[in-house]
Write a protein that binds this ligand. Structure first.
Ligand code: NCD
Ligand code: ZN
Length: 354
């Protein structure tokens, strides 16, 4: 049977980069058109490390939210070697902060202030465990002798099991999982260990980065892996397991910063995200499982209510625009654009107007 329309409880995005300033104003509507809430990544420059900074950033997001939207930003703090346990307790008390993000120093875009050694943050993690604030993990090691395609699997082996042993009650989300090893680990772990999965890791394997030439817009971290890993991710997302939920990791960068001799990591997917998840779920005959993955498992994991309203997706092919205006940035020619995932190609599902 092929459906022409599906309705879902309004979904949330459990991993999103909104940036700041003019770019924030341009990219936020792409998320707010569809998602009720999003976990907002704190990797600004400088990073969001205090409750005060998270509150100020939240105010800027609320000011940039389109008037007809009820979008709610769920803020996070950026964990550093020096995050004081007191700041963690203040964050846990604050109703708009929902998690703390761990970036290994140097792992990805704007991660220079990240953690240099997990031993340095033991007191902060103990405070999070005590206060019930979840830890969101960019689960990759950064050692130069580890192959880039192995960084997630090595992080899991070297650090994740130990973290769970040391902090048995700490809720953790292994963000943007990309490997069969991650899926297997999360499935075997206790119920309070979850994972987010992006649309691009479900859609693409690593050949996409080199198809006919170098494709910088598919470069992200953790890097896209082999086909067998993509299959494991599809199995996980469509399995119905409450441990896996939607997190786009939509990460806009100006086109010139990606198409460069040292292009930066990040895939910009917000304008097409829910439509592409629908495409993936349909490709394996699992459209009936999309709602739980996109709208139920995330809030259940975070202990938040599910959204009450709904969205509708129609089967109606449309073409993703070639470029997305980012407004004025510090690009060489003033105004900048971003390239959206699947730019210039057709997508078979479209979000219906209310
Ligand atoms: C993210 C970004 O651009 O901020 N990039 C990415 O490739 N995912 C950072 C991150 O989440 O690793
Ligand atoms: Zn991210």
């Amino acid at each position: 049977m092929s459906l022409d329309q599906i309705s879902l409880t309004r979904p949330d995005d459990w991993h999103l980069h909104l940036r700041d300033g003019p770019i924030l104003e341009r990219v936020l509507p792409a998320t707010a058109r569809c998602f009720g809430r999003a976990i907002i990544m704190p990797n600004l420059k400088p990073p969001v490390t205090t409750v005060q900074q998270a509150g100020d950033y939240r105010d800027r997001i609320v000011r940039a939210t389109p008037g007809d939207s009820c979008f709610e930003p769920l803020m996070t703090l950026y964990l550093t070697d020096n995050t004081p346990p007191d700041e963690i307790y203040r964050a846990a008390e604050c109703e708009f902060i929902h998690a703390v993000k761990y970036y290994p120093a140097g792992a990805t875009t704007h991660s220079d202030s990240g953690v240099t050694n997990l031993g340095n943050v033991a007191a902060a993690l103990a405070a999070m465990q005590d206060a019930g604030l979840p830890l969101l993990l960019h689960g990759e090691v950064t050692d130069l002798d580890i192959d880039i395609f192995d960084r997630e699997a090595v992080f899991i082996k070297r650090h994740l099991a130990r973290l769970i042993d040391d902090f048995p009650d700490l809720r953790m989300v292994l963000e943007h999982v990309t490997t069969a090893e991650a899926v297997e680990f999360v499935l075997a772990a206790p119920a309070h260990i979850g994972a987010t999965i992006t649309a691009h890791h479900l859609l693409l394997n690593r050949n996409a980065m080199f198809e006919g030439g170098l494709r910088p817009h598919y470069y992200c971290l953790p890097i896209i892996k082999r086909e067998k890993h993509r299959q494991a991710l599809i199995d996980a997302a469509t399995s119905g397991s409450p441990k896996f939920f939607l997190g786009t990791d939509s990460a806009p960068h100006p086109k010139h910063a990606k198409e460069s001799d040292c292009g930066c990591a990040g895939v910009f997917s917000a304008p097409v995200a829910i439509e592409l998840y629908a495409e993936v779920f349909e490709s394996v005959g699992a459209l009936d499982r999309l709602e739980a993955f996109a709208s139920f498992h995330g809030p259940d994991f975070y202990g938040l209510p599910r959204n009450r309203d709904s969205i509708t997706l129609k089967r109606q092919a449309w073409c993703v625009p070639e470029s997305f205006e980012l407004g004025r940035t510090n690009s060489p020619d003033g105004a900048a654009v971003a390239i959206v995932l699947r730019a210039g190609t057709a997508i078979s599902w479209q979000l219906a107007d209310d």
